[in-house]
Ligand binder design. Sequence first.
Ligand code: IMP
Ligand code: MG
Length: 179
Amino acid sequence: MQDDIKEVLFSQEKLAEIVKNMGKHISEDYKDKNLLMVSILKGSVVFMTDLMRAITIPCSIDFMAVSSYGSGVKTSGVVKIIKDLDIDLKGWDVLVVEDILDSGLTLSYILEILQAREPKSIRLCTLFDKPDRRTANVKADYVGAIVPDEFIVGYGLDYAEKYRNLPYVGILKPEVYGD
Ligand code: IMP
Ligand code: MG
């Protein structure tokens, strides 16, 4: 696995520091609210489990899965719900937790359908933001780090379902996905 990584961008220690900081901010902002963290599977699962433990106020969690990528590295523009939430959003202050905001198509779609379910509030939290590639009009309320326009893997992020278990985040060698 390591041989396929061109460069390590975020070490395990750096990721822990970023996530701890995000948890602190979210805990302050949501201290009088009814926080429901909604993790978008599968990419955000590692981030989510670390982030929720960095949050010091009561919170609930739920999961949702959509597909937009298949096994490629560019969005297809087609987003489909694979697994829906269990919890009714009415009365919740929803925080959508994503691994990476790229074109923004996935999050703009998710936001639209969740908004229609009338939560008390809805905001977005993403570990990584790749602003260079944005096509949809989406802005995250919490961003862990800005990343360059390269394909990154590890800490939950995959290429073709691989590399999610790397404890750090690195740039995938382009020859791995045949660019
Ligand atoms: P968007 O709809 O283009 O914003 O795509 C967001 C989704 O694409 C993320 O939730 C990731 O699953 C995936 N994605 C985008 N860029 C990367 C990357 O660099 N590495 C791994 N997955 C990525
Ligand atoms: Mg993915």
